[in-house]
Design a protein around this ligand. Sequence first.
Ligand code: FES
Length: 103
Amino acid sequence: MFRFRVCEASEVGEGELKIFAVKGAAVPILVTRVDGELIAGTSMCPHEDVSLVRGCIRNGAIVCKAHGYTFDLQTGACSHDPKLRWHVYKITVTSGQVFVDLA
Ligand code: FES
């Protein structure tokens, strides 16, 4: 497990979806903020590899704009297909810097 710096916490506002390229990570990391809590996951939808950055947050889930599938922000579970799961990363904020743990 490796810890990578993603961004500054202040770069992500409430309800925003932002993508950051992270040196050492295979794909960009998506970061959002809901009720003040920062959440990070893979930037690509597990359905058909479409970027989630143009989606939205609704009822504790990220909604993919392509086909409307929703993924729980805490567990990554998909409400449309139980075989699909959005990868949620463990996130740490230290001195205003956001880090994620990647395998
Ligand atoms: S590509 Fe995201 S729901 Fe189909």
